[in-house]
Design a protein around this ligand. Structure first.
Ligand code: PNS
Length: 159
């Protein structure tokens, strides 16, 4: 089985992430969207909240499932029989860091990283930008699915 992982913080998931997940799902038998449990990075949503939000917006893709992990991504890949990491590249600014990670991951474990060009409509999008806009009451309805927009509004209002 050709199995890929789309890893990230997904705090929250955006249309940019969804674009990559959907396109990856057409090239692999199974795609795991893996949420990093990052103890050092403060997040707006808990890992469980993010898993449930991602599950909701990816339920239409029958070969996509959602999981979380902590530690090295290649260790997760090994224990879950994942051969490929799929990442979206938005701009040249993403490249240096992504290339470094891809090379470290390849060298250490043989797990390949496949980069997909983000569709131009989403090239400026990031979770940080969405959070910043939502924090100041900006309209993010074109950047995240409706259920994520509602969750953001509730979280920002409750802060
Ligand atoms: O959405 P993000 O925060 O940009 O995702 C980054 C992520 C989680 C994909 C990346 O930081 C990662 O893979 N972290 C796990 C630790 C690891 O394996 N690092 C790579 C070797 S240096």
């Amino acid at each position: 089985m050709r199995r890929a992982v789309c890893p990230g913080s997904f705090d929250p998931i955006t249309y940019g992430h969804l674009d990559i997940i959907e396109r990856a799902s057409r090239h692999f038998d199974e795609v795991i969207v893996a949420v990093l449990e990052n103890r050092t990075k403060s997040s707006l949503f808990t890992v469980d909240e993010r898993i449930s939000m991602i599950s909701e917006v990816t339920k239409k893709f029958s070969n996509v499932r959602v999981d979380s992990w902590s530690g090295l991504l290649v260790d997760y890949c090994k224990s879950n029989s994942v051969q490929s990491i799929v990442k979206g590249l938005r701009a040249v600014s993403d490249f240096d860091y992504e290339l470094q990670m891809a090379q470290v991951n390849l060298q250490g474990s043989g797990v390949e990283t496949m980069f997909m060009a983000t569709s131009p409509t989403h090239s400026f999008l990031s979770s940080s930008l969405v959070k910043e806009l939502a924090h100041y009451g900006g309209d993010v309805s074109s950047m995240v699915p409706p259920s994520i927009n509602e969750a953001l509004k509730r979280r920002v209002a409750g802060k």
